[in-house]
Design a binder for this molecule. Structure first.
Ligand code: C2E
Ligand code: MG
Ligand code: MG
Ligand code: MG
Length: 283
């Protein structure tokens, strides 16, 4: 279109759009290659139980170490992967790798659950639960210690189909968590209809919650509803002790955030965990 209408139309491209087009072209040639050439890696961010302060699990977060551009955050390539369809093989890779890591941690006697992010486009493929089952089997897991994080946008398009996939994941031993809860389109009514094991409060509520009375009211209400429904409450993006204090007092079950640890490669996560355990022995 821009080409046909000549100079005038060309002006509608902002430098920003130029960059996006250039990124798209670059991703188009490089992301598939990156996946094949093992440039992708999962990092693990610890999740703690507020009651015991024990590390109970980790969220697997995708990183891309591009030889050309360095480390690339998921926000920069997941949307492209969703648009291009590459999210299907990418998502399978994530499940396979998380399952292998779960098996290694089980073998080390570590009692950790691993949460895997699944994006809306992945749920379109109903074979996803079959692949999940296969990932568990291939990794020879004694029991399923993987959980699934879904965002609410997963549920809008075809709620009935999403519910049946959620039930299948749960039958396979995964807990299903509603990610970024309270942001976007999530509604409390979804919680009533859809069998989640936990909600994960969005970071936008957590940031400075200790000094934000309005967010406090909202979070307390969400916790109350979740408790009535027997759904656990997790909080992401906890950065300060004051935020943690509020969340504990409000009845949040698990916390995750830079206050405890950033997402780390598996080996670094293990060292971090070992260091923590040593400190607690001394204390
Ligand atoms: P998410 O699932 O909501 O993940 C939480 C994001 O918050 C992560 O960003 C994490 O690094 C960041 N975070 C954690 N604690 C803190 C904190 O205390 N402060 C701040 N400022 N940020 C914190 P990340 O790793 O860049 O991931 C962004 C999003 O990309 C994720 O949001 C998730 O939606 C998506 N994503 C990541 N890995 C995967 C994957 O394997 N598959 C799919 N489909 N999506 C993924
Ligand atoms: Mg998540
Ligand atoms: Mg989240
Ligand atoms: Mg988030």
């Amino acid at each position: 279109v821009a080409k046909d209408s000549g100079k005038r139309a060309y002006r509608v491209f902002s430098p920003d759009m130029d960059k996006r087009v250039a990124d798209y072209v670059w991703l188009n040639t490089n992301l598939r290659k990156g996946l094949e050439e093992k440039e992708l890696v999962l990092h693990y961010q610890p999740r703690l139980c507020t009651r015991t302060s024990a590390v109970v699990g980790a969220e697997a977060l995708l990183r891309w170490n591009s030889p050309e551009r360095g480390q690339i955050a998921p926000a920069e390539f997941i949307p492209y992967a969703e648009e291009s369809g590459l999210i299907a093989p990418l998502g399978r890779w994530v499940m396979d790798n998380a399952a292998e890591q779960a098996a290694r941690w089980q073998a080390q006697g570590l009692d950790l659950r691993i949460a895997v992010n699944v994006s809306p486009r992945q749920l379109v493929d109903t074979a996803i639960t079959a692949h999940f089952e296969e990932a568990l089997r291939k990794a020879r897991l004694a029991r399923c210690t993987l959980d699934i994080e879904l965002t609410e946008s997963c549920l809008i398009e075809n709620e009935a189909a999403a519910i049946s996939l959620i039930k299948e994941f749960r039958k396979l031993g995964a807990e299903v968590h509603l990610d970024d809860f309270g942001s976007g389109y999530s509604s409390l009514s979804q919680l009533a209809r859809i069998p989640f094991d936990a909600i994960k409060l969005d970071r936008s509520f957590i940031t400075a919650i200790d000094v934000n009375p309005r967010s406090q009211v909202v979070v307390r209400s969400m916790v109350a509803v979740a408790q009535e429904l027997n759904v656990e409450v997790l909080a992401e993006g906890v950065e300060t002790p004051a935020e943690e204090d509020f969340l504990k007092a409000a009845g949040v079950d698990c916390v995750q955030g830079y206050l405890y640890g950033k997402p780390m490669p598996a080996a670094e996560f293990e060292a971090w965990l070992a260091g923590r355990r040593r400190l607690r022995l001394i204390a």
